[in-house]
Write a protein that binds this ligand. Structure first.
Ligand code: F6P
Ligand code: MG
Length: 488
């Protein structure tokens, strides 16, 4: 069989790339334009207004080029060092046109291009064009936030007591209990990803709330098609048993708001239980895929929790318009949220919880490039007991978003049965990295499934059937949890 590996492409009508480029991205750019307009409304300073107008014009031009299938143009020099790599790759690739370009590169380019419009100004350089949306969605996840805050407080309080009542249970019983909790925390963390904002162009707020509660989580367990959590648990408990002094877990973050909230739940649990001694968070450096975490989002989340009553009672203009009235938190709810604030800010202040940005996470290529392009980051990640990659885009980058193009067919995916360890290439066996992907599926690429599973899910309602499209993998309803131990 002769085939050459290629990536999902916006020209492929059966891929989510196709509708992404034609319907989702124009909406995202329009929302960005609206956001700048709004901010302009509240601005008096003339220089800021002029720059804002220029940004709007830039974004409108970008939308035009996208919708009219023009060539992708070089990213203007905005003073950042990653521009050269983006533009070099652009030149090597053609330059391509919007409707027939590898999906992964084009979507990264899109966000990098948007950010360059801001970076070229003086007053908008660090403006986050998606911040409003992030805050609004986090607010709308209030029921789930409150439910989890209570659960977290119980768990952490119990863990603290357990430390003082030693010998109540055997080591084995303790570990079994720990495994159950670890699984619960990881699954909370996993499903928190189902609700990112770049998909919000097709999901309503009510849909989102449905995806977040504990009921939803229980029902969703059957939707985790592969679940390697036990293997990840073994790795970190082994480190603990060996008496390793520093046991670090890394989380390559995905979305802000509710997802970051659940990442903190997991991180806090790992630290409180002693499964880890340090947790390192890896945020993005520019506004990315609408809802991804920037360092400022971390601060914003903690500030919201520092005074939850004000956070929830302050109404946005939209809410006022819709005639909404704020419902105050109960005393217990308020106290539980404050507990989270104290707990997490202490961990942060004591250096157990770190934020470590790197522009590798917003480069245009897959993570297969890590050892070559960012050897320092690679070495750093090797120090970790476990590197958790959150969400869909991270998974696409781990697997290089590869589709295998057979000569006699238009295109077919990485066979869904490809072992995860193969699909992550240089980050797989021999890499020295322990990789755990927590991914709800929102794009075509899926690997590591048992024989026949893809076909089975395709045959379910909305699964794509005989259309040639793997539609089931687009909506965040299904998930995979996959592990690679990095040993040769
Ligand atoms: O599938 C839609 C999409 O926007 C993809 O383009 C992207 O990979 C993903 O969702 C972003 O989701 P996440 O926030 O989980 O990475
Ligand atoms: Mg995201």
């Amino acid at each position: 069989e002769t085939f050459s590996a290629t990536q999902y492409n916006t020209s492929d009508a059966t891929s989510f790339a196709h509708t992404s480029a034609r319907s989702r991205w124009p909406i995202i750019i329009t929302q960005a334009i609206d956001d700048v307009h709004r901010s302009l409304h509240d601005t008096k300073d003339e220089a800021t207004i002029n720059e804002g107008k220029q940004i709007v014009a830039d974004l409108a031009k970008l939308k035009y080029e996208l919708q009219h299938d023009r060539e992708l143009t070089p990213i203007p020099d905005d003073g950042e060092r990653d521009v050269a790599a983006y533009n070099q790759e652009l030149a090597e690739r053609g330059p391509p046109k919007w409707h027939s370009v590898p999906w992964l590169y084009a979507e990264c380019y899109l966000y990098r291009r948007i950010s360059s419009s801001f970076k070229q100004t003086q007053h908008w350089r660090s403006y986050d064009v998606f911040a409003r949306q992030k805050t609004a969605t986090f607010k709308s996840s209030r029921p789930a936030v409150i439910e989890l805050a209570a659960r977290y407080r119980d768990i952490v309080t119990e863990l603290e007591q357990k430390k003082t009542v030693k010998g109540a249970k055997t080591q084995e019983q303790l570990e079994a209990a720990e495994n159950v909790l670890f699984t619960e925390m990881c699954e909370i963390c996993l499903w928190g990803n189902a609700t990112d904002l770049s998909l919000l162009t097709n999901l309503s707020y009510t849909d989102i709330q449905k995806l977040q509660g504990s009921e939803a989580r229980k029902n969703s367990e059957k939707n985790i098609l592969v679940n390697d959590l036990d293997r990840a648990f073994k790795v970190i408990t082994a480190a603990q048993r060996e008496g390793k002094k520093e046991r670090r877990v890394d989380i390559v973050l995905d979305n802000a708001g509710f997802e970051l909230f659940v990442d903190l739940i997991l991180a806090g649990y790992l630290l409180a239980s002693g499964l880890a001694t340090n947790v390192v968070f890896h945020p993005k450096s520019i506004p990315w895929f609408v809802s991804d975490v920037l360092p400022a989002d971390f601060g914003a989340l903690l500030s919201a929790l520092a005074d939850p009553q004000s956070f929830y009672s302050a109404l946005s203009d939209d809410e006022k318009h819709a005639g909404k009235e704020s419902v105050p938190l109960s005393e217990t709810e308020n106290a539980n949220l404050l507990f989270l604030f104290r707990n997490w800010s202490t961990m942060h202040a004591e250096g157990q919880l770190l934020l470590r940005p790197n522009d590798f996470w917003t480069a245009g290529g897959s993570y297969w490039r890590l050892p070559n392009t960012n050897p320092e980051l690679y070495e750093d990640l090797k120090e970790s007991e476990l590197v958790i990659f959150k969400g869909d885009l991270n998974y696409r980058k781990l697997t290089a978003d590869v589709s295998v193009k057979f000569q006699w067919r238009i295109s077919a995916a990485w066979p869904a049965t490809t072992p995860f360890t193969d699909a992550i290439g240089p980050l797989g066996p021999g890499s020295g990295l322990r990789v755990l992907a927590l991914r709800t599926c929102k794009a075509d690429v899926v690997v590591g499934l048992p024989e026949g599973e893809d076909e089975k899910v395709r045959a379910t309602e909305g699964g794509g059937g005989d259309s040639g499209a793997r539609k089931w993998a687009w909506s965040g309803k299904w998930a995979v949890v996959q592990f690679s131990d990095g040993k040769a």
